[in-house]
Design a protein around this ligand. Sequence first.
Ligand code: IMP
Ligand code: MG
Length: 346
Amino acid sequence: MSGVDYADVVCGLAWGDEGKGKVTSHLTFLNEYDYVCRWAGGSNAGHTIYVDGKKYKTHIVPAGVFSGVKSVIGPGCVLDVESFYQELEYLSAAGFDTSLVKVSPRAHIVTKIHKEIDKGEYAKKLGTTSSGIGPTYSDKALRRGRRAEDVLEPSMLWNEKFSSDRPSGARILCEGAQGVWLDIDWGNYPYVTSSNTLPYAACSLGFPPQKIRNVWGCAKAYDTRSGTDPEFPENLSENEHLAFLQWKGQEYGVTTGRKRHVNWLNIDRLIRAINMTGTTHVVISKCDVLDECSVKKVKFSGDRFEPPTYMNIEDLDQFMNRVEGWIRSSCRLVEKIYFSHDPEAI
Ligand code: IMP
Ligand code: MG
């Protein structure tokens, strides 16, 4: 049967690095999907995934490859051919079946020049990952880009059909990259990435919005920001407790190795992100890290003219109770909230 039965979406509720890789690989191992697909971004993303206790890092290949599920890099993605093939070799050497990975013929190609421009002009100014993302999407918008169909061997290309042995059609898991506050429209422009990170953009894979079933929204027990953003000033690291979270949580960019800025969880932002994405299942990771910090706080953003306020939280139980209460009272679509204490499992 060709056609789509349903699509579940995993998305970031913050600035990326919220544990989407962990949630995606957990879901793919449940055997409930025929496809795992990326819908936006490129090798700027960095996903950390544990399989049988071993740690793997990927940038563009969807997590389906770890559980033997067909994996698609969608039409809205940008592909750095060299780093893509390197990643396939790395995964194949580790014993995974990389023939499951296909690329949409419509995905745009990141060239050496795109990366040079990104590195030379935008890495310092905007704190980009130097992966050539902005320049590639800008050539796409100017309608002068090269696409995967112009460059890749035909055997690597996706046939743009979702098929399944099941009579009701294919089940798809859409793997988000980055997060709501890095979205080109909704983030703190120009300190954003160049694609749409919200779940509606997953429909660019070629299914209608009515097919979206569950949205798994991922966040952490504290906020982190990889790259430049005036909302995360340098002096945050002078706070010993935030510095502790940075150290204990190993908050370094997977793609760039840069230290991430850390701040207390901004609860207003989290609630807004849950509502904008239509999140049905919330996963809040790194509760084990927050638990070990002697001081715990939650941030309320206020509006642009008010200074933010911070509430002191007694312990992890109080943190979970409060956060659960705030989410339950403001987010109607949420069915389940998970507080995760394990880097390898939900
Ligand atoms: P670009 O996507 O490389 O153009 O970078 C634009 C902004 O998004 C920078 O602030 C990056 O640090 C941030 N960014 C892009 N991808 C990720 C990610 O996967 N995790 C966290 N931050 C990211
Ligand atoms: Mg990441």
